[in-house]
Write a new protein. Sequence first.
Length: 141
Amino acid sequence: MIKQLTVFLTNEKGRLAAACRVLADAGINLRSLNVADTADFGVARIICDNPDDALQALQHAGYRAAITDVVAVCVPDVLGGLADLLAFMDTLDVNIEYGYCFVNGGGNAIDILKVDGGADVEERLIEAGYVCPKAEDVYNF
């Protein structure tokens, strides 16, 4: 399991840029950013090198933010890699609440999944031969 930073933003011009500036000024390096929005608000999901310090910096600046545990799975960056992972996840009978991925250009992708089942899911992935990198490996991917 790794820590993901979740930031709630009003859907206004400049709010995402301002939140990212707070993180940059705090010395936080973002590894991945995923934003979902509605007419009134957005949810930014961030993988960064120091989620605990990032949370503190954002809360100090007045942002609503939280840390969420997610599963990180390293898969080959090939056609169907994510489809194969998701097919295996279906056999585990767990619900995937959301997911996103990023690549490093070195032939691998990191798939981030918010699932029910937590650590047990990660153990079952590892038993099946999937690599679930440690937090520091993802944060420095």
